[in-house]
Design a protein around this ligand. Structure first.
Ligand code: 26W
Length: 768
């Protein structure tokens, strides 16, 4: 888009750089055709050639360069920034292998490498002319001109550019992904030793940096991994930070016209790296460099789970990035002086607020670094932002804290994945909702329009039939297409409480078995998601769900009243097929643990009803649609904290609730694992003795709430009204709204709407 953008401040050439270690893009073909406004033309052209566009689409591999929510959010944001005409760049890493492919074999997760580049990537363009050298290791020398980082080893960062088209606005932004490329300077020692072959082989080592995405979601591993892997973490981040920052300094003369948005702490080495470049290379004073750095950087926090927070051992940083560690110490020195000024003599507080953790192995708390080095810190839903303001940095720098409730792009998550519903909506309110999702409120009066309700129902039914056919092919399970499609898809994690869902399934099963002739609301429960390969408990949860499915699906008494499917290899492309077919969306996290959630929003936009806790963005969804249109259960954040204070006793619930007891006893005794009765003892032990997420405390409320869900499902008209009100209330959750807020309140760029071309009216290009 050249030098011009549709945002005020054109003259000073505003640029936003979104720094993320993950971009969970999925496929690009359909999205590109839609945003360019050429979908039907392409469809027609292929048809004329006797080809089927859907077959072509199915050939594309997902770009799975992300784990879950954080990576998919980055992808939605790129779409919104381009659609809003912002001069924004996404910077990330071009992993040779994305998130592993999940196979379910004998009810167990097996990982296969995701060799997504095997047949090439038609969307990317290598830019060797913009390659940048990145330094590692070495030592710092004091010279009269200041600190000098010497004897370093160099790895090149090779950029690959990927187009990000805005929606029908003639804007195409860039996602630039860096790949590690070794230098040509072979270690001469090897030459002299005559070990030429070894020297060539060693070249590959440094290219491991961008080899594979780490599959951990919400879990930081700083030490346990093998040494080369361990150094890969900060190295990768430094690699990205350095490549990006050097590029930024090169293209912008006056720095604070650049905004660097840090997607969690993962790219937070950008802070000391920017300081290093400004001081050691550009020759600025500390004060001047620090002023620029803080004005430039902003940090988004995406999780409060303590085990997910990055804390790198100083011993590793010392070895790999000695100059950066020095700078971090100096940042900390200045920071602690401020703390001491504000709370004189409060050594306890100094310890808590320090960037350096001294108890046990000495580590750098990267969240503290990011907060100190950024002018804005934001959470991703209102409740989450309140929690981080209170807990992450009690009291200090409070004025930096903001909220930016997450959103999703309506292009991919309605227009692309649910064309029938998109058409039905457009038929009633026109097409402006695609770029102004608020307009969906215009559907609200139609809640009494029986014709439109019928269309909503029929659309959902068509989507369900299509999915059912696919599932029967894939899993060989007969699906009752009039059963309620009850879906929980997300990474497998204890805090997300897939086990609570599983306990509900078992409870339903027991009720059918106890009353075989009774009438039950038929359900097809689908659960999908990947477990981190090293997360034993999450893998056990998958096994349990598969074992329960085995028993339930093969019990003739149950018939078509209950079916359980474990959806293999959940990913962006599968989400696009599943979400439009959902009746019920399960959002079960313990209150206070799910920062926002974005899957919840995708289901809402596609007319599923939600059963969920008062956590993350569920709360704001409820506020938008009204409490009567969502199924809320369980403890509030305050109640969870109270329970934690007073002591949680799982056994008291087990003793009190017979249906819970029966279900736990069955899991424990091997009812679902007759060949290995001890299979699930560990899970039961966690639930009974060490459950950080209080499943039993919410069990009764959850089951009662599910009974209400069943009652409503028996009144299809009432259900459809609520589905419509869900769709009509989802406008707030467009990532266009989220990005406008980042622009206005963090980056300082105001949208100039009048300059935006109306959809469907491409403006004349003024190419130079
Ligand atoms: C270093 C290991 C690691 C890897 C990934 C730690 C933490 C993460 C992510 C921050 C986890 C994540 O994806 N968080 C999710 O972010 C979404 C987007 O804001 C939120 O909607 C989800 O609630 C949150 O879990």
């Amino acid at each position: 888009m050249g030098e011009h953008c549709y945002w005020e401040g054109d003259e000073i050439q505003w640029r936003v750089y979104y720094l993320s270690l993950e971009y969970y893009m999925g496929r690009s073909l359909t999205n590109t055709m839609i945003n360019l406004g050429i979908q039907s033309a392409c469809d027609e052209a292929l048809y004329q050639l006797g080809l089927d566009i859907e077959e072509l689409e199915a050939l594309e591999e997902d770009a799975g360069l992300g784990n879950g929510g954080l990576g998919r959010l980055a992808a939605c944001f790129l779409d919104s920034m381009a659609t809003l005409g912002m001069a924004a760049y996404g910077y990330g890493i071009r992993y040779e292998y994305g998130i592993f492919a999940q196979k379910i074999k004998n009810g167990e997760q097996v990982e296969e490498p995701d060799d997504w580049l095997r047949f090439g990537n038609p969307w990317e363009k290598a830019r060797p002319e913009y390659m940048i050298p990145v330094n590692f290791y070495g030592r710092v020398e004091d010279t009269p001109q200041g600190k000098k980082w010497v004897d370093t080893q160099i790895v090149f960062a090779m950029p690959y550019d990927n187009p990000i088209p805005g929606y029908k606005n003639n804007v195409v932004n860039t996602m630039r992904l860096w790949s590690a490329k070794s230098t040509n300077n072979f270690d001469l020692k090897f030459f002299n030793d005559g070990d030429y072959i070894q020297a060539v082989l060693d070249r590959n080592q440094s290219e491991n940096i961008s080899r594979v995405l780490y599959p951990n979601d919400n879990f930081f591993e700083g030490k346990e991994l093998r040494l080369n892997r361990v150094s890969c973490g900060p190295t990768l981040q430094h690699h990205q930070a350095s490549g990006s920052v050097a590029q930024i300094v090169r293209t912008s003369s006056t720095l604070p016209t650049v905004a660097l948005q840090l997607n969690d702490t993962h790219p937070s080495m950008a802070i000391p790296e920017l300081m290093r470049i400004l001081m050691d290379i550009e020759g600025l004073t500390w004060a001047r460099a620090w002023d620029i750095c803080v004005k430039t950087c902003a940090y988004t926090n995406h999780t409060v789970l303590p085990e997910a927070l990055e804390r790198w051992p100083t011993s590793m940083l010392e070895h790999i990035l000695p100059r950066h560690l020095q700078i971090i110490y100096e940042i900390n020195h200045h920071h602690l002086q401020e703390v001491a000024k504000r709370w004189p003599g409060d050594m306890d507080r100094m310890g808590r607020m320090s960037l350096v953790e001294e108890h046990g192995e000495k580590r750098i708390n990267m969240a503290h670094l990011a907060i100190v080095g950024a002018h804005a810190v934001n959470g991703v839903a209102a409740i989450h932002s309140e929690i981080i303001k209170r807990d992450l940095f009690q009291g200090l720098l409070r004025d930096r804290f903001q909220n930016k409730t997450n959103g999703i792009t309506p292009r991919r998550w309605l227009l692309l994945c649910n064309p029938t519903l998109a058409d039905a909506v457009a038929e009633k309110i026109g097409e402006e909702w695609v770029v102004h999702l608020d307009q969906l409120t215009k559907l609200k009066p139609l809640v009494n329009d029986s014709g439109f309700l019928r269309i909503i129902q029929v659309t959902k039914q068509e989507n369900k039939m299509r999915l059912a056919k696919q599932l029967e092919q894939d899993y060989g399970v007969k699906i009752n297409p009039s059963s309620m499609f009850d879906i929980q898809v997300k990474r497998i994690h204890e805090y997300k409480r897939q086990l609570l869902n599983c306990m509900h399934i078992i409870t339903l099963y027991n009720r059918i078995k106890a009353n075989p002739g009774g009438s039950f609301v038929p359900r097809t429960v689908m659960i999908g998601g990947k477990a981190a390969p090293g997360y034993h408990t999450a893998k056990q949860i998958i096994r349990l769900i598969c074992s329960v499915a085995q028993v339930v699906n093969n019990d003739p008494i149950v018939g078509d009243r209950l079916k359980v499917i474990y959806l293999e290899n959940y990913r962006v492309t599968l989400a696009e097929q599943i979400i439009p077919a959902a009746d019920l969306s399960e959002q079960l996290s313990t209150a206070g643990t799910e920062a926002s959630g974005t899957g919840n929003m995708k289901f809402m936009l596609n007319g599923a009803l939600t059963i969920g806790t008062l956590d993350g963005a569920n709360i704001e969804m409820m506020e938008e649609m009204g409490r009567e249109n969502i199924f809320i259960f369980g403890m509030t954040v305050e109640e969870v904290e109270e329970l934690k204070r007073t002591g949680y006793d799982a056994r008291s619930y087990y003793d009190k609730l017979p249906e819970l007891r029966q279900c736990v006893d069955q899991i424990d005794s091997g009812f679902f694992s007759p060949n290995n009765p001890d299979q699930f003892k560990d899970l039961v032990n966690i639930l009974m003795n060490h459950d950080r997420f209080y499943l039993f405390a919410d069990y009764e409320s959850y089951i009662k709430c599910q009974d209400e869900v069943n009652k409503l499902y028996q009144k299809p008209n009432e259900w459809a009204k609520k589905a419509l009100l869900n769709i009509a209330s989802s406008g707030k959750f467009s990532s266009d709204r989220t990005i406008s807020e980042y622009g206005r309140e963090i980056w300082g760029v105001e949208p100039s709407w009048e300059k935006l071309p109306a959809p469907h009216e491409p403006r004349e290009t003024e190419d130079k």
